[in-house]
Design a protein around this ligand. Sequence first.
Ligand code: ZN
Length: 263
Amino acid sequence: MIFDTHAHYDDQAFEEDRDSLLASLPQNGIGNVVNVCASVRSLQRIIPMTEKYPHVWGAAGVHPDYADEMTEDTLSEIRRISHNEKILAIGEIGLDYYWHKEESEHLRQQEMFRAQMDIAREEKLPFMIHSRNAADDTLRIVKEYVKDGMFGGILHCYSYGQEHAREYLGMGLMLGIGGVVTFKNGRKLKEVVQMAPLAQLVLETDCPYLSPEPYRGKRNSSLNLHYVAAAIAELKGISEEEVIRVTEENAFRLLGIPNAKAF
Ligand SMILES: [Zn+2]
């Protein structure tokens, strides 16, 4: 079944139909979903959501957009939540220089990125990284941690070129592939997908954002991941079933889901 490694179902966009949508996923071929925290507020919402559904898991962390709002208490909260058995990773964490252009903001983001990578290392959890317009700084920091015997992780919504991809793949990390791979202007990502071993790709929606074609611009959900799997299959010259099966195994292996086959 499809494994959606990166979703934001706590987002406002799902206010009307969150429960019915989440409940309907398994009968529509979506076996598991990781709901990933982005804002500081989403840390409070994550555990109740994962407790409600056996197929919904969580990642605890704060997105670089909110680096300024983070305090020591936020970091303690992430660490506390990470002990819950439904929390499989630390994320999403990283660097975003697209929306934040000041040097002081970059330094603050790096400080919070490192503080959360420290938690991932100490708690032996994989990490989920958001990186936009910050290719070299992200790679440098990830390299430091991987050298230090880090557990593994996902470059979520991978958006850089083949050169950086080879570095991450060489460290044994996974690339998260979503709707962008179906876009006409997604050539750079298509080349990365062709080059990368299937054993290091995972599927993700980043919903409610980044709907694949033919729904580009509309609200996204895990139900659209068939289009992403089909696009990867075409690029690699294999079947959609194989893409779904191998990416699910990759997610199970990385995230260490207990009794994975039971779902
Ligand atoms: Zn996200």
